[in-house]
Design a binder for this molecule. Sequence first.
Ligand SMILES: NC(=O)c1ccc[n+]([C@@H]2O[C@H](COP(=O)([O-])OP(=O)(O)OC[C@H]3O[C@@H](n4cnc5c(N)ncnc54)[C@H](OP(=O)(O)O)[C@@H]3O)[C@@H](O)[C@H]2O)c1
Length: 310
Amino acid sequence: MSTADRGELALLVPGGRGQLGRELQRRAKGVAGLVHAPGSAELDIRDAQDVSDEVDSFAEAARDNNLRPVVLNAAAHTAVDAAEGEPELAAAINVDGAAALARACARRRVPLVHLSTDYVFDGTATVPYEPTDPTGPRAVYGRTKLAGEQEVLAAAERAWVVRTAWVYGAGGANFVKTMVRLAGERDTVTVVDDQIGAPTWTGDLADGLLELAGLLAARRDPAQRVLHCTNGGRASWFEFARAVFAEIGADPERVLPCTTADFPRPAPRPGYSVLSPRAWAEAGLSPLRDWRSSLADAFVQDGPALRGEA
Ligand SMILES: NC(=O)c1ccc[n+]([C@@H]2O[C@H](COP(=O)([O-])OP(=O)(O)OC[C@H]3O[C@@H](n4cnc5c(N)ncnc54)[C@H](OP(=O)(O)O)[C@@H]3O)[C@@H](O)[C@H]2O)c1
């Protein structure tokens, strides 16, 4: 597969202080000629004028340095339960902010990769979701993310939506860190066993997104504009928790199963949200490895951060 030499890439990563944004920045630094990853204090995507100015100056910096610009949008309102109580804020970021970014990218002819989520699905499937399958978000977060996808695709011809799921990594709060902490605090931990998905490490996801950015920079555009990118395989949260316990040398039997009904949350979650990698592979992109292999590697590479020691 031919991609642009990644050294020719210039990357703008809104949401650069988030879990994925940090990892993208970390991995891109070694391979891209220019990386700018502003946090929300530096670039608030709700401010359309600031977004436009930021994309302008990024595109000009890329041009001046003879680099090929790509925007990877990692900014989002991701607090799934909090979104139920603040739908306007979630929409301002996930819909209007995403749309402003797409319009600015379209105006400067800069390709955009916009991150989205498995929560756009209702979770009633029993086989992995294809990007073309009907959506049916069950909560504010998923509804705003879906509306954001639609705005982005309508606003920019060279925009791609990448849905991912169950993300964990060194930066930010996540399920793995929570399980490590609870393993140290409690004798037993009860975790839901009836929600199925694919745990996805930011390290592998960032590498996949950088591969996609390389394709776009080389104008080898994927024909499908909605893609799915998660680690391979499937697990329940309970199985995932047991695997985390095993990684840190804790007894997995200390993790006990329960049902979603035992743990009501403000926002309903999809019961099944495994995402098919078929379109990703058809675009010539490398499917991510199985989640268990990633989890082991995550503890090798990001152990101190995942264990709360860094
Ligand atoms: N985490 C998951 O399990 C998961 C699953 C599926 C899909 N995704 C998607 O993956 C992407 C990255 O998620 P993540 O896990 O990295 O989430 P995250 O850690 O919450 O990062 C999101 C970032 O967006 C920033 N942000 C919020 N409002 C903003 C605004 N108005 N302007 C600019 N930046 C703003 C936040 O900055 P502040 O903290 O400074 O506000 C935060 O750093 C999102 O599109 C998310 O929907 C995540």
